[in-house]
Design a protein around this ligand. Structure first.
Ligand code: P6P
Length: 317
């Protein structure tokens, strides 16, 4: 089986720069360390919550902080890294003054699931940013995007813009390639949404879900975006976290820079679609590091139905 290192050598031969390869290697190594930490966390008193809250107003867990520190340490070992942006930190962290890549990450997405032993993940994105102002670029500018899913297996899903590769951590702690060119099936009969928020859905989402249920589609909602995303990569489906219809400008719950953008790049690279209404996620011009956006992504046929309904609604308006 192709090891991660062999894959990286192939990327070098395909023209990826040594700097970017070093970034990918260190981020992958950071996810391996996080995976190891999670496996014995309850034995080391690392579960539960701290007294701290992050910029999102969410209670921080020891593992949120630990995972964040592991990724920051990885950034500091890379001379090419200029800034780190994290869900857990208010502002960007200056790393190396002459660096050129910003690493943007959600160190432990879905951490509310840690105490109940449900899959959580690390989501990351790499863009060119020599100055802090360069960080607020649309997702089209991402050079690398990926996530690690910490579940029964630890899998790393990665794109450098040419397809999507999936790696699985083996017993020796080495990522080996298990899928060389991951594709999201265009047709699907499964949706992921938090149905408890039905009252806040706009009419497009409400109508889509109604029709899906009438057509016999299944529903899955893990409450961990990486887990729901990984299922969609494996068997298709559509993930929806819409904005509250009464607060359309406040976006949804998910953050553009370190959740929607990296997932959007991966989904498009695997033949899926990722939208905010009739706009593609990757075309959104960010206005802030922690900007929230409504998110719909997954199997192209299903997402296109929603995009068409938003476009038609706009015409009627
Ligand atoms: P809700 C986790 O906190 C997260 O950001 C995503 O991973 C997940 O999909 C979503 O929030 C769950 O949101 O409203 O169902 O708790």
């Amino acid at each position: 089986m192709t090891t991660f290192e062999t894959f990286l050598q192939g990327q070098k031969q395909a023209g990826l720069s040594d700097d970017l390869i070093a970034v990918i290697r260190e981020v992958a190594e950071a996810t391996r360390k996080i995976s190891d930490t999670l496996k014995t966390s309850s034995l080391e008193g690392l579960t539960g919550a701290t007294e701290e809250t992050n910029v999102q107003g969410e209670t921080q867990k020891p593992l949120d902080i630990l995972s964040n520190d592991i990724l920051l340490d990885a950034c500091r070992t890379l001379p090419s890294v200029s800034f780190a942006v994290s869900e857990e930190l208010d502002a960007e962290v200056a790393i190396h003054a002459d660096g050129k890549y910003a690493i943007i990450f959600d160190p432990l997405d879905g951490s509310s699931n840690l105490d109940v032993n449900v899959t959580v993940g690390t989501i990351f994105s790499v863009i060119e940013a020599k100055e802090a102002a360069d960080i607020l670029k649309s997702g089209r500018h991402q050079l690398v995007a990926g996530y690690a899913a910490y579940g029964p297996q630890t899998t790393l899903v990665l794109t450098t813009g040419k397809g999507v590769q999936i790696f699985t951590l083996n017993a020796q702690g080495i990522y080996v390639m298990t899928t060389e060119d991951a594709k999201i099936v265009p047709e699907a009969k499964e949706f992921a949404i938090n149905a408890a928020r039905r009252a806040s859905w706009d009419d497009v989402v409400a109508a889509y879900i109604e029709e899906a249920i009438d057509a016999g589609h299944n529903m899955r909602w893990v409450g961990s975006m990486v887990a729901d995303t990984h299922r969609i990569f494996n068997r298709g489906g559509v993930f929806l976290y819409p904005a509250d219809r009464n607060k359309p400008t406040s976006g949804g719950r998910l953050r553009l820079l370190y959740e929607a953008n990296p997932i959007g790049m991966l989904v498009e690279a695997a033949g899926g679609e990722a939208i905010i209404g009739e706009t593609k996620i990757l075309d959104i011009q960010p206005t802030g590091l922690h900007q929230r956006v409504p998110v719909i992504f997954g199997s192209r046929t299903e997402v296109d139905k929603l995009a068409a309904a938003y476009a038609a609604r706009k015409l009627e308006a």
